[in-house]
Write a protein that binds this ligand. Structure first.
Ligand SMILES: Nc1ncnc2c1ncn2[C@@H]1O[C@H](COP(=O)(O)OP(=O)(O)OP(=O)(O)O)[C@@H](O)[C@H]1O
Ligand SMILES: [Mg+2]
Length: 225
């Protein structure tokens, strides 16, 4: 079976900073992998590599059995990768929560097509799972940071990807909500048969949910669980 995510000896330089220096990370299908590390360790950078938005100058990246850098256009792959970013930029213009979540369906709806009933159903189902149904008619920029993070999660769920990438999904949440959202993510991971890669600075929070944990430090990845 193809490994869902595989990074081999990956090197990334940003400006004058050498961020990743020979990282090896592997997530098999249906595994829940966490990558922990301090601020600036390169966690977000790593997710950009997996997502194909950042190209390493050395190393191999394979996602769902495809060697990422053989392709000019990665849209076909991104449709299958749900990303919950560290900071969402959906607050730049006024948009309803339900519309923000529906954006997750665009890859399936197709260019210039109108959403169908099934797309709205999927969006509403995702909002329910993320616990934001009561905010559906609110504007995203009226929500708190933690609530917006749940919108980003709902959008990724509405997309129905097979790989879920999460960048610090609990940053803005209080401790009760942190555990709740981790439970939710873990449940979805199993129910939908996802391969999940979560990055976080908080190794204690991810410990019990992760099949494997890597520590990212000084440009290298160390398997610590
Ligand atoms: N566009 C850029 N140009 C130059 N350096 C960058 C750029 N983006 C990030 N960096 C640097 O790369 C390093 C890794 O950044 P990255 O955002 O991947 O860290 P992180 O582990 O996600 O940190 P945090 O926990 O704060 O989110 C940092 O030292 C950062 O300053
Ligand atoms: Mg980051």
């Amino acid at each position: 079976m193809h490994h869902s995510i595989e990074l081999k000896d990956v090197y990334v330089r940003l400006g004058h900073v050498s961020v990743l220096e020979g990282v090896d990370i592997e997530a098999k299908p249906y595994e829940f992998i966490s990558v922990v590390g301090a601020n600036g360790a390169g966690k977000t950078t790593l997710l950009k590599v997996v997502n194909g938005t950042l190209r390493p100058f050395k190393g191999q990246v394979s996602v769902l059995g495809h060697d990422l850098f053989q392709f000019k256009n990665l849209d076909f792959l991104r449709r299958d990768i749900g990303l919950v970013p560290q900071k969402s930029n959906s607050n730049r213009f006024p948009i309803l929560v339900e519309e923000a979540v529906l954006i997750g369906r665009y890859g399936k709806i197709g260019f210039m097509q109108r959403p169908k009933e099934v797309d709205w159903d999927k969006a509403y189902e995702a909002m329910k799972i993320a616990g934001i149904s009561q905010f559906s008619k609110k504007l995203v920029h009226e929500l708190s940071g933690g609530e917006r993070q749940k919108v980003a999660l709902a959008r990724a769920l509405a997309q129905e990807p097979s790989i879920l990438l999460l960048d610090e999904p609990t940053t803005y949440l209080d401790s009760k909500s942190q555990s709740e959202i981790m439970e939710t993510i873990h449940t979805i991971h199993h129910q939908r048969g996802l391969t999940t890669l979560l990055v976080s600075h908080d190794s204690r929070l991810v410990e019990q949910y992760s099949d494997k944990i890597y520590l990212l430090k000084e440009g290298k990845g160390y398997l610590i669980k």
